[in-house]
Design a protein around this ligand. Structure first.
Ligand code: FMN
Length: 431
């Protein structure tokens, strides 16, 4: 059967990354790191290339896991500094026409009323072009920035997240779509019979409502999430329009998608209303051999410390205290569960794990058409609704994707060449 079209999203990491600021193509320096023009250029480029959305990653702590110190992270600009991504949203919206903009917020720390109002405002101002990535936040240090001594337990965080989304949806629904009537003769701007309190009383949150701005243009802005654990998947399949999967093989793609779709059906939903996209870091070059050379060089330059420090900061574990070549003892985390299970299953020692662990699909390398063909094959085999491009943030990589890979995908009829709708959700649900 011919593969139908799939969606494209871009994962915009919110710090330089371990080597980002030394990348000769990055165009960013210690003097201009907070200049948003690169992110705005990205938004323009992916809008032109007909991406459905860009996800603005975020977290709110400076890690000090590796070596029990912030040194490793600050020296490499890894996870800090990190500007609040919300101010980028209107800048990106103004520079684009169609692409959906999806900032990240934490259901553990952000007040739901403020979030409901913020997203409603952005959605109204953009006439329906925003979404929200709901994360539970994983780090103890983040929890401590918000007044907790230790982080809320993993399962309880998802219970809270579920309630958070519930109250936010009810606040968006507290104004009917036709509440603003603008009846000049009757001197009625908003019809009071179409606006009501919600009187939400939950275990974690309560909110009287109604929202003090009108219903968002899309009704509900697009809801996005990326939980890998059973609790995360239950949450995602109950509420989300887009679920992002961090998987590294076609087999994992398939299993993840089947699980999400089965859970969506069990929740009484049409599984096609819950789009599964896979995090994907392709290397695209002029020729296959050039791309393979880049991949080989990357493999050779892999430093276990980068992986262990990075992953340690999302598991809240200091891997520097373990011998790289000794069998690893049993470890647990209150951080990201799904990724932790995949990580620990990669080997017996930390060196084996660091050598073979892939956070996402990051081993595809070739000319634009070779990569497009592989994406087609993966989709034919695993099924799925799209890919979330998660490579480096620099103008060269952006061009390789938007001016190299996307035209090759378009030639094969795999991705859109235009937008039929004006709103993000409308375009997302088109196929
Ligand atoms: C593509 C993708 C994007 C993510 N973006 C963020 C983010 O911006 N901020 C964050 O704190 N966590 C982010 N996460 C982590 C998830 O929200 C979640 O914590 C993680 O997948 C583990 O969930 P689990 O404990 O249910 O397995 C992201 C994960 C993926 C796969």
């Amino acid at each position: 059967m011919a593969q139908s079209q799939f969606h494209l999203g871009w994962f915009l990491g919110n710090s330089y990354g371990v080597h980002g600021w030394l990348d000769q193509w990055g165009g960013r320096t210690a003097q201009n790191w907070s200049d948003p023009s690169l992110q705005i250029d990205l938004a323009r480029a992916i809008d032109r290339a007909c991406f459905d959305f860009v996800l603005l990653e975020d977290s709110s702590f400076v890690p000090d896991n590796y070596g029990s110190s912030m040194d490793f992270y600050l020296k490499r600009a890894s996870r800090a500094p990190k500007n609040d991504p919300l101010p980028l949203v209107p800048l990106m919206l103004q520079a684009t026409k169609h692409v959906g903009i999806v900032p990240t917020i934490s259901t553990s720390f952000y007040p739901p009323f403020l979030l409901a109002r913020l997203m409603a405002t952005l959605d109204l101002m953009s006439e329906g072009r925003v979404g929200c990535n709901f994360v539970t936040s994983t780090a103890e240090r983040a929890a401590q920035n918000f007044g907790l001594t230790e982080h809320i337990e993993h399962h309880a965080r998802y219970e809270m997240a579920d309630e958070f989304v519930e109250v936010v949806k009810q606040l968006w629904d507290s104004w009917d779509a036709d509440a603003v009537v603008g009846d000049e003769a009757g001197q009625m701007f908003a019809d009071p019979s179409k606006v009501r309190p919600i009187n939400f009383e939950g275990k974690y949150f309560s909110s009287r409502g109604p929202l003090n701005t009108a219903r968002p243009a899309q009704g509900h802005p697009v809801l996005v999430q990326a939980g890998g654990s059973p609790q995360g998947r239950a949450f995602a399949s109950k509420h989300m329009d887009v679920v992002m999967a961090a998987v590294s093989t076609v087999e994992e793609m398939k299993k993840f998608r089947e699980d999400i779709r089965a859970r969506a059906i069990a929740n009484g939903r049409d599984p096609d209303s819950c789009k599964v996209v896979y995090q994907f870091l392709p290397i695209v070059a002029e020729t296959d051999s050039q791309a393979q050379e880049i991949l080989a060089a990357r493999r050779a330059a892999k430093d276990p410390a980068d992986i262990l420090a990075g992953m340690g900061s999302i598991f809240d574990i200091d891997f520097s205290v373990y011998d790289l070549d000794e069998p690893l003892s049993e470890l647990t985390t209150n951080g990201q569960q799904g990724t932790f299970q995949r990580f620990m299953a990669m080997g017996n020692t930390l060196r084996e794990i660091a050598d073979s662990f892939h956070f996402a699909l990051d081993e595809v390398a070739g000319s634009p058409d070779t990569v497009a063909a592989q994406m087609q094959e993966m989709m034919e085999e695993a099924g799925g609704d799209g890919f979330l491009i998660a490579g480096d943030l620099n103008r060269r990589y952006i061009a390789e994707i938007t001016d190299g890979l996307v035209p090759a995908l378009q030639k094969r009829g795999l991705v859109r060449t235009g937008f039929s709708g004006t709103q993000f959700r409308e375009n997302l649900m088109e196929f």
